[in-house]
Write a protein that binds this ligand. Sequence first.
Ligand SMILES: [Mg+2]
Ligand SMILES: [Zn+2]
Length: 185
Amino acid sequence: MYKKGILLDRDGVIIENREDYVKNTSEVKILPGVREAITSLWMENYIVCIITNQSGVSKGLYSEKDVKDIHRFIEKELCHEISGPIFWYYCPHQDKDKCTCRKPNSGLLEKAISDHNFCSENTWMVGDNIRDIEAGRKAQCQTCLVLTGLGKSFNKPKMSLVPHKVCHDLYEFVEQILTEEEESL
Ligand SMILES: [Mg+2]
Ligand SMILES: [Zn+2]
């Protein structure tokens, strides 16, 4: 049996994007509706994975410990009466490091899919950047571009990079997939 999974980008989807990188917990701002959206996913037994490019590590702007501290902080902000686990996957490299985990490469998506036994064709990758859509397509996932963060400047990409869905934000995306799931039962 496959498990139900969801792959989310972090900056611009869960928390506010910062041009100068989110370097410490004081710079973390959870976007509106995110807490409610994640709670709904947990209530419907989705396994939530967050997949994030953190090239600031390779650039020496912050450490891997800072990244992990930020992730613990986000978990605390999202968890209340109803809470579930969040599985974190981050790439500390930059383009010039030529790794296989930095989106638009699909290494981390494939790892999450295999770690949790998701069915890639039924798994959504949600991001605010065309890199997220490209990575999702490579991993054979469904893809959604959200118009928060960098998604605001979205304009028609190459056909191969067209997302399966475009939503205003994570909240709208979650509402839509949960409604579609209910209708298919
Ligand atoms: Mg992003
Ligand atoms: Zn990497």
